[in-house]
Design a protein around this ligand. Sequence first.
Ligand code: FAD
Length: 357
Amino acid sequence: MKLRTNVDLRTLNTFGVAAWASQLVDLEHEEQLGDIRQWLAGRTALILGGGSNLLFTRDLTEPVIRVCLPGKSYQIDSSSDVVRVVVGAGESWHGLVMWALAMGFQGLENLALIPGTVGAAPIQNIGAYGAELADVFESARVFDLAHGTWLTLDAQDCEFNYRDSIFKQARAAHWLICSVTLRLRHHAHGDSELQLNYGDLRAQVDAIREAKGLGSSTQAICPQEVAEAVIAIRTRRLPDPARLGNAGSFFANPIIGSERALELQARFPGLPAYPVVSTDPSGQHGPTMKLPAAWLIERAGWKGRRQGDAGVHTDHALVLVNHGGASGQQIRRLAEEIQRDIRKLFGLTLTIEPRVV
Ligand SMILES: Cc1cc2nc3c(=O)[nH]c(=O)nc-3n(C[C@H](O)[C@H](O)[C@H](O)COP(=O)(O)OP(=O)(O)OC[C@H]3O[C@@H](n4cnc5c(N)ncnc54)[C@H](O)[C@@H]3O)c2cc1C
């Protein structure tokens, strides 16, 4: 186990804010977990993946474990088109998506270009372009750092929801995801069930085909083309953290009762609202709708504004950015002001999506 002290975290978080870790270890093999437990001696560690969903507002005096566990393996079920892929938590998520496509495995194409590691994907049930991790998740192998025990959690155990899972609960504070098993499809085996109904995804696929002279082709759309379209849209719309620090969407889209959503739509013409499929089997809470937080923020006049080097992106009101020298505290203060205005104007609470440390 290699322990590093006084580690600069500026390049280990995509906001690029300054923060220091007093002690950090890179977890490269599961065999190191015993030594790491001894080193922790009961302390709670901060588990770090790619740092793309974290906002550091202070230096870290708690121990930090940076997850670098590698590995990809797969098993094709000969009686069906199912392929099970087991991936080390430290692998790059986007790298996995590209690898799966090259192998002819389908199911991850809509989730292309999401930054970060595979091990962090279940934490907020990553999602984009009409797909989410839960659609393909089979299980996660988890090490409990407090008790030194192993757990295998299936999709039901993980309690996946919109940008949420059991891993965000207090009882999971000592759980380290070491690998994830996904259930994909081998598309060489049959027809593709592609998700193309989200936003302008289909139009982007058509535009790419047109540009390649395939406009009149009757050949079925393949998962690679979907990924290509997703990458094109994301590259156009989202700032690249290597050039402009950010953590993607800073707020989750509020989900509220349908009646309340309709009231708000009457007060604010043009406010979009999308019905949400209920995950509540009792149906106790009635129908709900999702409102785009970006619309609310723009309507409240925050799009493109900046306070020093902390700002709201000029093209995407949901993305808070670091123009260079912003501290995590400045970004958090900006977020709090936005939350306050949204509460005043719409009576809604915006939840912060990245973990604020
Ligand atoms: C430009 C940009 C676009 C983005 N787009 C999307 C998007 O479309 N959809 C989406 O859902 N997200 C998006 N995100 C957010 C982010 O990419 C994801 O949440 C990603 O899964 C975070 O991975 P990470 O490895 O960087 O996690 P980190 O930021 O390092 O950690 C995030 C959380 O997970 C915990 N964690 C990390 N690894 C483990 C592990 N192995 N075991 C236990 N806990 C762990 C950390 O303690 C922390 O609480 C975007 C971010 C950026 C910068």
